[in-house]
Design a protein around this ligand. Structure first.
Ligand code: ADP
Length: 156
């Protein structure tokens, strides 16, 4: 008998849950896409957040539903407005890595007041560090981890 309470055991199991076990497939758009294209992609792919990449597939920004709604309120032609002018840009994008704990990510979502973040791999090229998008971690994944903890037999 370890002398640990149920609460302590739950806490330990919770801290062991990692991003790579729960992450979803990322949906990316090229930085040259228009606001119109991004809205279509968001509907077709059924996601709430799009990750923006450049030609080299490096993460350059992020777009939320409200970013696209805000951009649609004016009278501009949405096909002529590039997403690069409305997105939240690197280095202001909060990211996580596959080995991060779900608890760490949950804290980031709360403190930054965001719905999700890209799971990235840091790549070094000619001395500069870039972020390659390899996954997506949202509040839905946190909810799934929460349910998984309560039912060990359930699927992730
Ligand atoms: P919404 O804007 O639809 O409520 P969010 O709460 O996720 O969705 O986004 C709020 C703002 O924060 C948006 O302007 C968005 O571009 C930005 N944002 C979303 N996710 C991130 C992130 N991982 N890192 C930095 N900024 C983000």
């Amino acid at each position: 008998y370890t002398g640990k309470t149920g609460g302590q055991l739950f806490n330990e199991r919770m801290k062991k849950l990692t991003v790579k076990e729960f992450q979803s497939i990322p949906v990316v758009v090229n930085e040259s896409a228009s606001v119109y294209d991004a809205i279509c992609t968001m509907f077709l792919e059924d996601v709430g957040t799009l990750f923006v990449v450049n030609k080299q597939a490096h993460l350059v920004g992020i777009l939320s539903r409200k970013d696209l709604l805000r951009a649609s309120m004016g009278k501009q032609d949405l096909e002529s407005v590039p997403i690069s002018i409305i997105m939240t840009r690197m280095p202001n994008v909060t990211t996580c890595s596959p080995s991060d704990s779900m608890l760490e990510v949950a804290n980031k979502l709360i403190t930054k007041q965001i719905d999700g973040l890209p799971v990235v791999k840091e790549v070094e090229e000619n001395g500069a560090v870039y972020h390659e998008v390899i996954g997506r971690l949202t509040k839905t994944n946190i909810t799934k981890a929460f349910v998984y903890l309560a039912n060990d037999d359930m699927h992730k």
